[in-house]
Design a protein around this ligand. Structure first.
Ligand SMILES: CC(C)(COP(=O)(O)OP(=O)(O)OC[C@H]1O[C@@H](n2cnc3c(N)ncnc32)[C@H](O)[C@@H]1OP(=O)(O)O)[C@@H](O)C(=O)NCCC(=O)NCCS
Length: 318
């Protein structure tokens, strides 16, 4: 068995890497939301300015038995990397996961990184090996979130009459960009991250535009925002992605700015996005920290149910 770096110029190799990742993860995570092949193609073939990505694979003969991904943030958090390791079910407990981990650590160290983080998700009814593996390689839990799933449609939420809802798809219209950027940056500082010690990424217009451009290649990007009728101020937003060619949504950020809280805008914003989806989009995934009581209640009130526990873990590799 040999650990190789994926040749991202080889379409067949990219297809095989993704297929192994999908099979390995699906085997004990029936509710996993995975990067689609189309979305993987975008990141694998067009490097990002903000994150350097490397894909590894464990190969025996011509067969790929396991895969790993390493992400090195290039702007902030330059002391850490993020990784994922996945091994096909028929080839586990042979040291392949550890070999992939070792290769990831070596590359992260070469780039001067001293910490490696990752997400380990555990299905509520299928015992997976992810946490035992993470512990075996020296990673410890830093933060926990629930992965929740809702079937669509959900019952529509009331909109406080002091607000009106706006929606857009793809790029944020120019007239809302400044307010949207302020909210996105507020979100990055407000979202609970437990004991994770992370530098907060600051979005400016260029970085927002780059992210919008990239996301639109693989996702239908939908945003709902709440505007206070009395003064036109934007008080919150919710961001939803629908991967091209799929029948599910991925609920990302939802933020209500501090002075606009208490009007149940969170539920109204989410419902505005869900209500606008094509009828064949049947479910929505989201992640919320159990300690984030307001958002957790909003989600369960809308019909979301917990399907997995997601642990953010981190190992010191200095
Ligand atoms: C987690 C995973 C990558 C492990 O791959 P693997 O090739 O079986 O791992 P290894 O054989 O190198 O195991 C390394 C150590 O992890 C621990 N471990 C792995 N699987 C375990 C299990 N089922 N139960 C208990 N400990 C386990 C052991 O300490 C093991 O060392 P040992 O075999 O000498 O006791 C694999 O089970 C997998 O792909 N799971 C789904 C994806 C996932 O959860 N990835 C982790 C998130 S990054």
């Amino acid at each position: 068995m040999e650990i190789q770096q994926l040749d991202t110029t080889d379409p067949a190799a990219r297809r095989a890497w993704h297929a192994v990742m999908e099979h390995a993860v699906r085997s004990d995570r029936p509710h996993a939301l995975l990067t689609t092949y189309d979305a993987f193609e975008v990141v694998a073939t067009s490097p990002s300015t903000y994150v350097q990505r490397t894909w590894l694979q464990a190969v025996e003969g011509s067969e790929v038995l396991g895969v790993a991904e390493l992400e090195l943030p290039l702007e902030e958090n330059r002391d850490l990397g993020w990784c994922e390791v996945d091994v096909l079910p028929g080839h586990r407990r042979r040291g392949i996961g550890r070999s992939l981990w070792d290769a990831v650590v070596e590359r992260a160290r070469q780039d001067g990184r001293t910490r490696l983080g990752g997400e380990v998700s555990v299905d509520l009814s299928v015992a997976g090996a992810g946490l035992a593996f993470a512990t075996a390689v020296g990673a410890v839990e830093k933060h926990r979130e629930d992965h929740l799933l809702a079937d669509l449609p959900v019952a529509p939420a009331q909109v406080d009459p002091a607000y009106e809802l706006l929606t857009w798809r793809g790029r944020c219209p120019d007239e809302h960009r400044e307010a949207y950027l302020a909210m996105r940056n507020q979100m990055n500082t407000d979202v609970p991250t437990g004991e994770l010690d992370l530098e907060v990424a600051v979005l400016d217009d260029a970085r927002l535009a780059a992210s919008e451009e990239r996301l639109m290649k693989a996702y239908d990007v939908r945003v709902a925002a709440a505007r206070r009728r009395s003064d036109g101020v934007l008080g919150g937003y919710s961001l939803l992605f629908v991967p091209h060619g799929t029948r599910y949504g991925w609920q990302d950020d939802t933020l209500v700015m501090p002075e606009h809280r208490g009007h149940r805008l969170g539920a109204a914003l989410k419902c505005a996005n869900y209500g606008g989806l094509p009828g064949d989009v049947a479910e929505v995934h989201t992640w919320t920290a159990p300690a984030n009581t307001a958002m957790h209640r909003t989600n369960t009130g809308l019909g979301f149910r917990v399907v997995e526990h997601m642990y953010e873990v981190e190992a010191v590799i200095a």
